[in-house]
Ligand binder design. Sequence first.
Ligand SMILES: *[C@@H]1O[C@H](CO)[C@@H](O)[C@H](O)[C@H]1NC(C)=O
Ligand SMILES: *[C@@H]1O[C@H](CO)[C@@H](O)[C@H](O)[C@H]1NC(C)=O
Ligand SMILES: *[C@@H]1O[C@H](CO)[C@@H](O)[C@H](O)[C@H]1NC(C)=O
Ligand SMILES: *[C@@H]1O[C@H](CO)[C@@H](O)[C@H](O)[C@H]1NC(C)=O
Ligand SMILES: *[C@@H]1O[C@H](CO)[C@@H](O)[C@H](O)[C@H]1NC(C)=O
Ligand SMILES: *[C@@H]1O[C@H](CO)[C@@H](O)[C@H](O)[C@H]1NC(C)=O
Ligand SMILES: *[C@@H]1O[C@H](CO)[C@@H](O)[C@H](O)[C@H]1NC(C)=O
Length: 405
Amino acid sequence: MTLFSLLIVTAGSLAIAGAKPLSQPPRQLSSATTPLIATGYGTVFDAPVTIGNQTFMLLVDTGSSDTYVMQTGFTCINSTSNLVILEEDCEYSQETYHKSKTYRKIANEMFGVEYGAGLASGSMVYEEVSIGGITVKSQKTAIANDSNPMGDGVNSGLLGLAYPSITSAHPANHTDNSTYWYDRLVYNPLLFTMYEEGLIDSYFSLALAHTPQNASVTLGGYMTVGGLPPVDHSSHFSTVPVEITEGIPLWYTSGKKTQSYWSTTVKNVKYGASSSDKLTTNSTSFQAFIDSGNYVSYLPNEIIEPINALFSPPATYDSASGVYIVDCSANAPEFGITLGDQTFYHDGSDLIYQTGDGYCYSALASSDEVSLGGITLNIIGVPFLKSVVAVFDFGKNEMRFAKKY
Ligand SMILES: *[C@@H]1O[C@H](CO)[C@@H](O)[C@H](O)[C@H]1NC(C)=O
Ligand SMILES: *[C@@H]1O[C@H](CO)[C@@H](O)[C@H](O)[C@H]1NC(C)=O
Ligand SMILES: *[C@@H]1O[C@H](CO)[C@@H](O)[C@H](O)[C@H]1NC(C)=O
Ligand SMILES: *[C@@H]1O[C@H](CO)[C@@H](O)[C@H](O)[C@H]1NC(C)=O
Ligand SMILES: *[C@@H]1O[C@H](CO)[C@@H](O)[C@H](O)[C@H]1NC(C)=O
Ligand SMILES: *[C@@H]1O[C@H](CO)[C@@H](O)[C@H](O)[C@H]1NC(C)=O
Ligand SMILES: *[C@@H]1O[C@H](CO)[C@@H](O)[C@H](O)[C@H]1NC(C)=O
């Protein structure tokens, strides 16, 4: 609240700009749209971001808050053996960061983050960062010189779009990489800075494309900062509050009860065989967060189990991978998630992914599979986002969803 109160006053004075002379010219809010590239058979979505004098593709992640780019000559580390492996085994793009004229290292800080997929660490710097021509001159940014394999062959890092409370700068002496959830030196992520500097309104939006099952790399839709993406959608938006994420301990957010992930409450879910008109409603509400960086939606086991059984032929659980294997040409069931006053149904084709070698798996798995350090959260990922225009408003602490046409 304190972070935004000043800015809300500024926006208010903009509205009366015509009525009263201002000592300073009103700031010009703009918006910018960038097309996305979908990789990994429609699982990962990357956007171009300029850092210093280079442009990189970065994974668009509403499930984390740091923006990092891999530094030229970084070390790639196998997450199982902890052995140093070849740089290309990390699968990032060969486009890596080298210092530009606008690079300024931040003394006494380091970057260290732990995702479900692995670790990355390095230094915290100030750099000039832009998206679609909207530029922050001096943005706190992470330059990683160490990572587990987390690339997709196209991206060079990640664009973190969640709240400041889960940023991952630490005191420089924080060298233990098993405790990156502690000891945070919280800072404003890129879009928060853009808002604070009066460059954009307080939101961004995503419209992920329905990607063909067999396209390994394809166009992936749009991200718009400070506006709505250029796709046809219903004018009816469901508005839901961004809630404080239950289930994460207080220390995870530096002892503060505050927004972290884009969490909200799912009112109910509806599902049924696509061959029948009859839907089952499970009216037990639950909290989940919206994560463009997860291509599987991880939901309560009691929900995904019956839905996976309704594929025709049924999807079957594979304990080695934790996902449900399904026939690539199976018929997917109906599956809708109710947020606010609308139920958003998935497109059946978005519920089946292929692995690249002829096998397919269901996009729905149990949240028990992604329990990390005793923390289990429900995650609504890419399959849902492909059917909606999703607006993430950190100024109003709300999300808005409309059906895509
Ligand atoms: C990482 O190490 C594991 C276990 O030693 C091994 O099976 C795997 O192939 C390695 N991966 C890479 C990319 O080197
Ligand atoms: C994490 O720390 C362990 C133990 O110090 C080390 O072997 C490993 O390489 C580190 N992993 C990464 C990704 O930095
Ligand atoms: C970026 O800036 C650095 C330092 O000034 C320079 O060496 C490099 O050639 C520039 N790279 C590009 C792509 O312009
Ligand atoms: C990576 O960056 C950190 C922080 O700046 C530094 O302490 C470390 O020596 C660097 N490691 C390598 C291998 O360059
Ligand atoms: C890092 O330094 C600070 C300040 O000197 C100290 O309080 C803290 O315990 C140190 N942390 C580690 C992990 O050594
Ligand atoms: C993907 O599938 C479509 C429809 O079945 C087909 O027309 C196209 O050739 C396939 N593309 C590839 C790369 O296999
Ligand atoms: C509905 O879902 C909840 C989890 O959100 C689960 O505990 C409950 O068993 C489900 N009810 C039915 C009837 O499937």
